[in-house]
Ligand binder design. Structure first.
Ligand SMILES: Cc1ncc(COP(=O)(O)O)c(C=O)c1O
Length: 375
């Protein structure tokens, strides 16, 4: 079978082509390319969707993390706890700001920050925790928020992979990913669950003062044009991208549903198959399946990846090296063996095609091919 892709951006666009074209042409003709009305409308609509107090749009998910840390006045040498098994952006901005990432291992089932190790990572310099809701499922926010409150730490949720996921607290309160900590950050990279046609990002907060500061930092530290009260950056969501995102936000529940259906198909097909483990579901969080990630046992992951490729099925390894073992971060003193779960996962994980346009035929072909590898 031809044309199976990890993500199908063209297929997704074709479903809403008329609306997108209309919105993009209108924005082009309007010529307010920077901070145009679409940007403000999108921020309001996203805030309403996520029930967040405020949304500050910015240029990408990495900037969102950096702006968040700048807004919290973290000082050089301050420590920020981050999972060792995640995308590089989180550690990168910590390094750029002269802060110190303190890596923590992840849970073997949810792939999210291992909360039972928080206590041992705590020092007098710890200022913040960055839980990453990896692959589309929330980290254990109940425990993280409780620990943070007790130890007066900020929580910055990296929601780049989990926009629209719902987390349920023990008291029954339900909150969207990104709205539970002091600040949440997200990315609209094209392949994300809510993706635009280039780079884009946003920052969530329920704190009005913080929102104002975030907005200022994203805009050269100014509230009034040419009056720079604090050091900022230039990080804007383009008006054209906001126009696209406004249309796609209205589709987000359908997109999430499509991903969940595809995941269910994978689950049903693989259930009980010796040699792989299907993604675990955290009972407190919905899973929006940014990725459908298998654990492949007995050292056969790379073999399976090649086998799939021979059958024209792409797959990806997110992530082949834990952050603490990346060359750029070795000087923080980590060595192999420090984070055994992250290291094992980097050898076992394999993400299968996951997007909103997967057909029944494609899913059947992919799952049959995986099963034939283990037969
Ligand atoms: C968990 C996580 N954080 C941050 C980012 C950074 O987002 P961006 O690529 O928009 O800078 C990504 C993007 O892949 C991500 O997956």
């Amino acid at each position: 079978m031809d044309n199976i892709q990890m993500v199908d951006l063209l297929g997704q666009y074709q479903q809403i082509e008329g609306k997108i074209n209309e919105a993009v042409i209108a924005a082009v003709k309007d010529t307010a390319y920077i901070n145009g009305p679409e940007v403000k409308s999108f921020a309001k609509e996203l805030a309403a969707y996520c029930k967040a107090g405020h949304v500050v749009p910015c240029a990408n998910g990495t900037d969102a993390l950096q702006i968040a840390m700048m807004a919290l006045d973290l000082k050089p040498g301050d420590e920020v706890i981050v999972p060792a098994f995640t995308y590089v952006a989180t550690a990168e901005v910590i390094a750029l700001l002269g802060l110190k990432p303190v890596f923590i291992d992840v849970e073997p089932d949810t792939f999210n920050l291992a909360t039972d190790q928080l206590e041992q990572k705590l020092s007098s310099r710890t200022k913040a925790i960055v839980p990453v809701h990896l692959y589309g499922q929330c980290a254990d926010m109940e425990t993280i928020l409780k620990f943070a409150k007790l130890n007066k730490l900020y929580v910055i949720e990296d929601t780049a992979q989990a926009i629209a996921a719902d987390y349920t607290f023990k008291n029954g309160t339900v909150a969207k990913a990104g709205t539970m900590g002091d600040i949440g950050t997200t990315s609209f990279f094209p392949s994300k669950n809510l993706g635009c046609f280039g780079d884009g990002g946003a920052i969530f907060t329920n704190n009005g003062e913080l929102a104002e500061k975030l907005q200022m930092i994203a805009n050269h530290g100014q509230k009034v044009k040419y009056h720079h009260d604090i050091v900022g950056v230039n990080s804007r969501l383009d008006t054209l991208q906001a126009a696209v995102l406004r249309i796609k936000l209205r589709e987000l529940n359908n997109y999430t549903g499509n991903r969940q259906q595809a995941a269910q198909y994978y689950d049903n097909s693989f259930y009980g198959l010796e040699g792989i483990e299907i993604p675990y579901r955290n009972p407190n969080s919905t899973h929006v399946f940014h990725q459908y990630t298998l654990k492949v046992k007995y050292g056969r992951r790379d073999e399976l990846k090649e086998y799939l490729l021979r059958h024209k099925i792409p797959s990806m390894i997110y992530y082949p090296v834990p952050l603490n073992l990346q060359k750029a971060y070795l000087h923080w003193g980590s060595k192999a063996g420090d984070f055994p779960v992250s290291e094992k996962l980097s050898e076992e994980v394999l993400s299968l095609p996951m997007h909103t346009e997967l057909t029944g035929e494609q899913l059947e072909y992919i799952t049959n091919t995986v099963k034939s590898f283990f037969a």
